[in-house]
Design a binder for this molecule. Structure first.
Ligand SMILES: Nc1ncnc2c1ncn2[C@@H]1O[C@H](COP(=O)(O)OP(=O)(O)OP(=O)(O)O)[C@@H](O)[C@H]1O
Length: 267
């Protein structure tokens, strides 16, 4: 069992605080979705949880050890971080296979090449994500969605206990979005702890586990999906009239803007 616990976390880039006194918990087997408007600080929070940024106040504990005291190699064997896709195409001089094999780095000695077993594992996962025929292509020459899937493969090859995903479906078509959500559910079932940010409340409703919302005024609400994903809270967070309704047969909850509200919205 691995746990990542943030206590009273605050962060400011300059002097203006982005978020204040946030408490967050992730345990093995859990899925924790973080929702909030653009620019509110979700990626920054994930960077703090991954140990990339130092919070201005509070601490992040990995299995009861301050994250700052865990060596980068030990951290990489516990936590994989899949950052947000950039719309810019930064040239990367790797093939797609070599890119995903970077995930094995925490298990290899300095300058050691991946082993045959690493390559086989990479090929297996590339195939699972429909990337096998692109494995020898340059990473820079595949689509944004394929790069996003490759970054997920790289995280899985890292064999962490916890995975931090920043908007893992942002570049994906609807079928691949569902595949990634199913994968996330399967990973949690297999015992991984997953934290992800998403702009789609319906993804959090589908995953139906732990949810946190961060609003523009800094208000942070955390709890079970049913408790947090209410019409009232989501409307408050996004400053837009949103309704969480239950579909008649499946009883699946879904978040909508009804057409009357849509027509009457002022732009
Ligand atoms: N390196 C930085 N230096 C200064 N300000 C930054 C830096 N990175 C982000 N910011 C600012 O901090 C705020 C929060 O950014 P962040 O990327 O964490 O938000 P977000 O909630 O993930 O947004 P989005 O949903 O649009 O991805 C934004 O106003 C952003 O401009």
């Amino acid at each position: 069992m691995t746990t990542l616990i943030a206590k009273e976390l605050s962060f400011a880039y300059q002097k203006t605080p982005l978020f204040n006194q946030i408490n967050f918990e992730l345990h093995s087997g859990q899925i924790h979705c973080i929702l909030g408007p653009n620019g509110v600080g979700k990626s920054t929070l994930l960077n703090c949880l991954a140990g990339v940024y130092q919070p201005t106040h509070g601490a992040v504990m990995l299995d009861d050890h301050p994250l700052t005291k865990v060596t980068p190699a030990a951290r990489a064997r516990k936590i994989a971080y899949v950052p947000q896709m950039s719309s810019e195409r930064t040239p990367v001089a790797f093939s797609l296979r070599d890119y995903v094999l970077l995930g094995r780095a925490p298990y290899l000695g300095l300058l050691a090449a991946p082993r045959q077993s690493d390559i086989e594992q990479a090929n297996k996962l590339l195939k699972r994500f429909g990337l096998a025929d692109r494995a020898d292509n340059s990473y820079s020459a595949v689509s944004g969605g394929q790069q996003q899937l490759a970054s997920i493969v790289r995280a899985l090859l890292q064999e962490p206990a916890l995975i931090i995903f920043d908007e893992p479906t942002s570049a994906l078509d609807v079928a691949n979005q569902v595949r990634v959500l199913q994968l996330i559910r399967q990973l949690a079932h297999d015992g991984y702890g997953i934290v992800l940010t998403t702009h789609d409340p319906n993804q959090a409703l589908l995953l139906n586990d732990q949810v946190s919302t961060l609003a523009q005024d800094g208000q942070w609400h955390s709890g079970a999906a049913a408790e947090i994903l209410t019409s009232e809270n989501l409307s408050q967070v996004y400053q837009l009239p949103l309704q969480v309704v239950e579909l008649p047969e499946s009883h699946q909850k879904t978040c909508i803007v009804d057409s009357t509200t849509f027509r009457n919205l002022e732009t």
